[in-house]
Design a protein around this ligand. Structure first.
Ligand code: AMP
Length: 191
């Protein structure tokens, strides 16, 4: 059983790795970004509510995001573990998650921080925007999301470092190299 958290900026490859680890471990991959994008594509009430935040590159309000995760973690498929990707994104969300997991007595086993330079994160995001024809992903938007990451999300890394569950992953390397490092760290953590 593994309760795993992935933290890292856009362009760090975090989402790709989170999906892989979830598939290998046979546990759900829970990505708030994916949930929001799917809701927007389907034009559900949630989608309509969150679209302006995604469009402007700012965070969706905590109340909504925390409620969404609270419900998701109550689904039976999370009992054997989960990979959380993109949540928590700030200290308020991290505090809420700690409380939720305490209440069900299922603490996080491991927190992976994907570390890479802003230059490389920007370069990868721009490359992807061009490849996928995402005209909304301008250099300004990408830089703004990186700024939000440093200001709001990085403090949660310190929080988990203090709790002794943090493993830093050098995310500048290839997908396969990063994946090998993750697998080794997981095997050690759950041995
Ligand atoms: P991501 O795919 O994780 O980069 O998320 C895409 C967008 O969804 C972000 O830029 C935010 O607008 C929103 N989002 C995703 N996760 C969260 C979260 N935990 N809290 C607030 N907003 C979020």
């Amino acid at each position: 059983m593994s309760n795993i958290l992935f933290v890292g900026p856009q362009g760090s490859g975090k989402g790709t790795q989170a999906k892989r680890v979830a598939a290998v471990e046979g546990i759900p991959h829970i990505s708030t970004g994916d949930i929001f994008r799917a809701a927007i594509a389907e034009q559900t009430p949630l989608g309509r509510e969150v679209q302006p935040f995604l469009d402007s590159g700012s965070l969706v309000p905590d109340e909504l995001t925390i409620g969404l995760i609270r419900e998701r973690l109550q689904q039976p498929d999370t009992v054997t573990g989960f990979v959380l990707d993109g949540f928590p994104r700030n200290m308020a969300q991290a505090g809420a998650l700690d409380e939720m997991l305490d209440a069900i007595d299922r603490p996080l086993d491991i927190v992976f921080e994907f570390a890479l330079s802003d230059e490389l994160a920007l370069e990868r995001c721009l490359g992807r925007a061009i490849e996928e024809g995402r005209t909304d992903d301008t250099p300004e938007m990408i830089a703004r999301r990186l700024g939000t990451y440093h200001e709001q999300t990085e403090p949660i890394v310190q929080h988990y470092r203090a709790a002794g569950r943090l493993v830093v992953i050098h995310a500048e390397r290839s997908i396969d190299e990063v994946n090998a490092e993750l697998s080794a760290a997981l095997a050690q953590a759950t041995a």
